[in-house]
Design a protein. Structure first.
Lengths: 522, 643, 100
């Protein structure tokens, strides 16, 4: 079992390649094979998760480290740690659910099913590898593995404007990746200059002292650390995305087939935020501190901006896409607070957002399959016909609007508390997202589920079938479970994130909780 | 008795309605093959039973607390512990929570019972009862939580249930709109709650009430804590429908009538009052804010009374009346009379639940008609409803011995005599009391008296509906004696006549009125209030009975077109918001953001077209440029590096 | 001025002449001759250095270069014959099929 992480990472891609080689006669079974493979991966990952020991001396569990390109200090280096555990679990659980939930929507010809399943499996390998990699170069390789399948999936099976969309998506993410590659080369070069033997592992790079112009403001950007920060930030901000790097997002989410939309919004965007948590903040702490006001303001702006745009959308999927922009900005706000509870809340919010946005895109898939359109004017009055769909949709809406008792609230609350410690005004702006979020989510819900029928098709609309109910129930259990008892979900990440927070804000000691009356801090 | 139930009373009081919700929301629909096939008797029976059990447990908790002034604790679990953030879920019943629990479960039980008959014609009634039970769970969590965070769980939870229940008949677009409006206005208030909570946590490092109380003493003067109090007040104006956020409550009448009785009269809208009573130590830090609270309350009381005058829908009359009565409570809070506010909260829960259920009975008897202009002469057709409504009206108007008399007089006395009180507050309160008389009389006259209108006959409701009416009528009539004024108590030779005050004294603060400092004694205030209320009744009977606000454009604009706040919001907030969003979509997003990718392509094409000219394929040219490059490099090596 | 310096200057002169022939003339045969001239200029330079530094390395290198120059001119001329067959000319401005 020492190679369990290799199995987890590589099994999906191997299955994907196998599926591509399937003969015509077996093509119809491609999705079954894909689901079984993802379930095996999920089982392996759950086994690894239950063996995860929070108190272990070595934070890296199931560590695999083999030399790959010794000249450049590159290792094949995978390990499960507190930071990636939640995201690995999110990925392995969402992938089979995404397959099952979109079962009836990918019912084109069997060749299309074959290609889609294979490419999505390759994307899963990319995502898992990105999360599990403990070597910067390996991280980059897996990061890039995602890009090609996503490009092909949107380009082949997307909506009407897929060519423009896919070009835009590719150019954006690739531009960010290239900058990151330059940053990696520079960083590893610096490391080998300092210590004499090159090593691209996170552990080694963390110990590097990178010069930074201590003065506040733009001068810091042109110091070594500032430039490196910018190079990595470009990749992560585009992938997440942070406003104003979001231009690829609305059309991509809208044009992609449902299965791919789920994957892009729920998992790929988390690669960007994970990169910020794992690499950007701990490796460039001074730069992160120096740019904190700008980044937090941008995040708060993004929350409001995404929400405002979501309010006036007339298409279900576009509205969900902009809502995702708004919610990812919450995650970024928590990350850039540079406080332990903010980063922990952000990590939890990554999971919550993954679950909620997957649910929303699945529901858009359910609606599209039943109606053949996603324009809101074509909807209305579904609740009496489809009570199960209406209930499931409501649960996901509640998590999206961060109602207490749903997962969404826990993360947002922790993020707001942390952000409040840094700056009350930015937090106040960000908190308006609570109200605006309720506006667009309730609009969406009301325009689809409530009101009068638009025409008679509603009477023929079928409620959810067994697979769709199953998916929503699983998502609902996680939403409510995280909302009511979040502690088990955040406990594994606690040590890792508190250490990281100590690195980046060493002066931010946790205040002793005083029981002395009248002594109020500050 | 060593039953597990009794040792963990707070937990079980809370959890029983949740079990009811689960049964009605999941088990029964599955068992009966679809939610539309559920039976009102079974679903309603289970829901009512859950509430009744909870009520019995609440009574046990109440008797336990009778002995000592402590609290019943239930230690829950560590909710989150991460970095600087650590919150534990604990439940706590002290004397204030106990009183609120009794009101919620007691009136809740009656209203659940009533609903069995009221909702009997509906399809899929399990959904209704599930929501109703979920609401009671959230409301109980609100009052049982020992910290602000879980109070907020309940706070938002009741908002959600309110949303679900207002939109219960969601086939009507307008109902869904009303529900959304209620949720969003409450959310705006909740924004204040979250910010206030963040501020308190960052300042104090805890959200538990007892710990916060220990950390905040009247001598701590921290500007940020006052700011937190302002945020909390803002939150309370949303939930308790105070000016300027009261606009959602009248629209919320789109829900079924029992919902209006339970949520929008007796319990949820009083959450703001509860918050003030619970956190008085925070609010007392800034007397300026409390003065604002008092004036806001007075303004709301007046506004609600005026707007209630012109309504034609019987439920909307009661809705604005609720706004007005909540204004009274905030007036009391503002002057520091927290116990008095809780007292009025209780009596208001009795008589307003009664009035709403009575109105529901009327609507039920008139086959869904809500317009009072088309009713009349229902007294004969619906005797039980008529008599109970009469008692409820007497209570709300404040006729002597009825419950409203005691609580309202106490508020007026406090508004005048307390240190933060003033003649303006007192006058506003008196005027609002007068208006109460007018609109109540107008409602009674149009509904029960006079000639029966064509088409509406009315029939008495079944005993399931009238029994709760009778119980509530008894409470509305005699409930006020729990707060028999001290001054009058002395005349009768009773010590501690104000039972409620004695009960709440250990946990809720009350401003003291030094004898003789008030401009007039309480008995004079009472006489004044009663006479002005009777004057209001007479005015309602004689003058306003037949005034139609539809005929006069000015009056219509002022009263019937109650939507001036709505218009204000939609033109000053909603419309600009949408305008900005549309602008953003049409300009920046579609022209700039959407094309950046395209521009990258265009830029590459353009530069490629230019650059390919250099690639002529002419070998001599290539050689020449090669040589030029070589010369350049060599030149640099010789002349620059060497220097 | 000793003989070594003169030989170096001669070598540089021959190299430049060869380079100019390569750049300026359009006739491919002349260009080939230019290349040969440059190679021989380098040879001369090698031999001179070898003599000045009393090392045999330069002399050995010259043998290699002569061999490679012979091979190169053989290949180059055969290519030219093919070019002539296909284009009817050996001027470089006629052979422009790679230009779009």
């Amino acid at each position: 079992m020492s190679q369990i992480l290799s199995w987890i990472v590589l099994l999906p891609a191997l299955t994907g390649l196998l599926i591509l080689l399937l003969p015509k006669s077996l093509e119809a079974k491609s999705r079954q094979i894909a689901v079984i493979a993802t379930l095996i991966v999920a089982a392996l990952a759950l086994w690894a998760a239950q063996a995860f020991d929070v108190n272990a001396a070595d934070p890296l569990h199931f560590h695999i480290r083999t030399e790959w390109i010794p000249m450049l200090g590159i290792h094949y280096d995978l390990a499960l740690d507190g930071m990636n555990l939640p995201l690995v679990l999110l990925t392995v659980l969402l992938t089979p659910l995404a397959f099952i939930g979109t079962w009836n929507q990918t019912s084109g010809d069997s060749t299309m099913q074959k290609r889609m399943s294979a490419l999505v499996l390759i994307m899963e390998t990319g995502a898992l590898g990105t999360f599990l990699a403990q070597d910067l170069f390996l991280f980059y390789i897996f990061w890039e593995v995602i890009l090609l399948p996503a490009y092909l999936l949107i380009g082949m099976y997307g909506g009407a404007e897929r060519m423009k969309t896919t070009l835009q998506f590719f150019l954006y993410t690739f531009a960010g990746s290239i900058l990151m590659l330059v940053g990696i080369a520079w960083l590893v070069h610096m490391q080998s200059q300092t210590t004499g033997h090159p090593d691209a592992s996170f552990q080694a790079l963390m110990n590097l002292k990178i010069p930074f112009a201590s003065s506040q403001g733009p001068a810091g950007l042109f110091s070594t650390q500032g430039l490196l920060f910018a190079a990595f930030a470009a990749a992560f901000f585009i992938k997440a995305p942070l406003v104003p790097f979001h231009a690829w997002l609305p059309s991509t989410y809208r044009q992609a087939p449902t299965l791919v939309s789920i994957y892009l919004a729920a998992i790929l965007s988390k690669m960007g935020t994970y990169g910020i948590l794992k690499i950007l903040i701990p490796m460039f702490p001074e730069a992160a501190h120096s740019f904190q006001p700008v980044l937090m303001s941008l995040a708060a702006f993004g929350i409001v901006y995404g929400a405002l745009l979501a309010i006036v959308q007339t298409n279900f999927k576009t509205a969900v896409a902009y809502s995702s922009l708004s919610h990812v900005s919450y995650i970024l706000l928590g990350l850039f607070s540079l406080k332990a509870e903010g980063m922990g809340g952000a990590l939890l919010q990554m999971v919550n957002h993954g679950i909620a946005i997957a649910g929303l895109f699945m529901i858009s898939g359910f609606l599209e399959k039943r109606r053949g359109s996603l324009e809101l004017k074509d909807f209305g009055g579904w609740a009496p016909q489809t009570p199960v769909l209406a209930t499931g949709f409501m649960v996901i809406v509640l998590s999206t609007v961060a109602l207490p008792g749903s997962g969404g609230f826990v993360g947002e609350f922790a993020i707001l508390i942390a952000s409040f410690r840094v700056n009350g005004y930015i937090t106040a702006v960000a908190a308006t997202g609570m109200v605006l979020g309720a506006v667009y989510m309730l609009n969406l819900y009301q325009k689809t589920m409530f009101g009068r029928y638009v025409d008679d098709y509603v009477k023929k609309v079928a409620d959810l079938d067994f697979r769709e109910i199953f998916v929503l129930v699983v998502l609902g259990i996680f939403i409510v479970g995280i909302g009511i008892t979040p502690q088990p979900f955040v406990a594994p990440s606690r040590t890792a994130i508190e250490d990281s927070a100590k690195r980046v804000s060493p002066n931010d000691a946790l205040p002793e909780r005083q029981a002395v009356p009248g002594q109020v801090s500050r | 008795m060593n039953l597990a139930v009794l040792s963990d009373l707070p937990f079980w009081i809370l959890i029983v309605p949740l079990i009811g919700f689960f049964l009605n929301g999941v088990v029964i629909p599955l068992a009966s093959g679809g939610i539309t096939k559920t039976k009102p008797m079974i679903s309603g029976g289970i829901a009512t039973l859950a509430m009744a059990v909870s009520f019995v447990l609440a009574v046990i908790a109440f008797t336990r607390l009778g002995g000592e002034s402590g609290a019943l604790q239930y230690t829950g679990f560590k909710w989150i512990d991460f970095g600087n953030l650590s919150v534990t879920l604990n439940l706590r019943i002290d004397r204030l929570s106990s009183l609120m629990t009794l009101i919620i479960t007691g009136i809740g039980t009656l209203i659940h019972f009533y609903s069995i008959s009221y909702m009997s014609h509906e399809k899929g009634v399990a959904r209704f009862f599930a929501y109703l039970n979920l609401f009671c769970f959230a409301m109980l969590l609100l009052v049982l939580s020992d910290n602000l965070l879980f109070l907020f769980f309940g706070w938002e939870g009741v908002g959600l249930c309110s949303y679900l229940l207002i939109s219960y008949w969601y086939e009507e677009e307008s109902n869904a709109d009303a529900a959304r409006k209620a949720f969003l206005v409450n959310r705006i208030g909740d924004l204040g709650f979250v910010l206030g909570m963040c501020l308190l946590y960052v300042q104090l490092g805890t959200l538990s009430f007892t710990e916060m109380m220990a950390l905040i003493s009247p001598t701590t003067s921290v500007a940020l804590l006052s700011l937190a109090a302002v945020f909390m007040f803002f939150a309370a104006t949303g939930k308790s429908a105070q000016f300027p956020l009261y606009v959602w409550l009248p629209d919320a009448m789109a829900g079924p009538t029992p919902v209006s009785a339970l949520i929008h009269a007796a319990t949820m809208v009083t959450a703001g009052v509860y918050l003030f009573a619970r956190m008085y130590f925070l609010f007392e830090l800034s007397p300026e804010l409390m003065t604002v609270v008092a004036y806001t309350g007075a303004l709301t009381a007046l506004l609600g009374g005026i707007l209630a005058l012109a309504q034609t829908d019987i439920k909307k009359v009661l809705a604005y009346s609720t706004v007005s009565q909540l204004g009274f409570m905030f007036l009391a809070l503002g002057v520091g009379a927290y116990q008095t506010a809780v007292f009025h909260l209780m009596t208001h829960a009795f008589f307003k639940a009664l009035l709403f259920l009575g109105a529901g009975s009327v609507i039920h008897g008139c086959d869904g008609e809500q317009d009072m202009r088309r009713m009349g002469g229902l007294a004969k057709a619906m005797p039980v409803t008529y008599v109970t409504m009469l008692l409820g009206s007497a209570a709300i108007v404040g006729l002597p011995i009825f419950s409203g008399f005691f609580s309202k007089d106490e508020i007026l006395y406090m508004a005048l005599g307390a240190p933060r009180g003033s003649w303006i507050l007192f006058g506003a309160g008196l005027l609002a009391a007068f208006l109460t008389g007018v609109y109540t009389m107008r409602m009674l006259t149009q509904t029960f008296w006079g000639e029966a209108k064509a088409g509406i006959h009315g029939h008495e409701s079944s005993w399931i509906m009238t029994l709760p009416l009778i119980v509530l009528a008894l409470l509305a009539t005699f409930g006020g004696f729990l707060g028999f004024p001290h001054e009058m108590g002395h005349w009768f030779g009773i010590e501690h006549s104000h039972l409620l005050s004695a009960w709440l004294a250990p946990v809720v603060q009350q401003v003291e009125i030094v004898t003789g400092s008030s401009p007039m004694p309480e008995i004079v205030v009472s006489i004044l209030a009663v006479s002005i209320a009777i004057f209001g009744l007479v005015a309602g009977k004689t003058f306003l009975k037949n005034i139609s606000f539809e005929t006069s454009p000015v009056l219509k604009r002022l009263f019937v077109g109650q939507h001036f706040m709505d218009t204000f919001y939609s033109s000053c907030i909603v419309a600009p918001l949408y305008w900005i969003s549309r602008r953003l979509v049409q300009t920046f997003e579609s022209n700039v953001m959407n094309n950046i990718g395209g521009w990258i392509g265009v830029g590459s094409n353009w530069s490629g077209e230019r650059l390919r000219l250099t690639q002529s394929g002419d070998i001599q040219l290539s050689m020449l440029s090669l040589m030029a490059g070589l010369a350049f490099v060599v030149g640099i090596l010789i002349f620059w590096v060497a220097v | 001025m000793n003989s070594g310096t003169i030989l170096h200057i001669l070598s540089a002169y021959l190299f430049s002449m060869g380079l100019l022939a390569l750049i300026l003339r359009r006739n491919t045969i002349v260009m080939l001759m230019g290349i040969e001239l440059m190679l021989n200029a380098v040879n001369l330079s090698f031999v001179t250095f070898a003599r000045e530094l009393s090392q045999l390395n330069g002399q050995v290198q010259v043998f290699f270069i002569i061999t490679i120059a012979a091979a190169e001119s053989a290949v180059g001329l055969s290519i030219l014959i093919n070019v002539y067959r296909n284009f009817g000319s050996i001027k470089t401005d006629r052979t422009t099929v790679l230009r779009s």
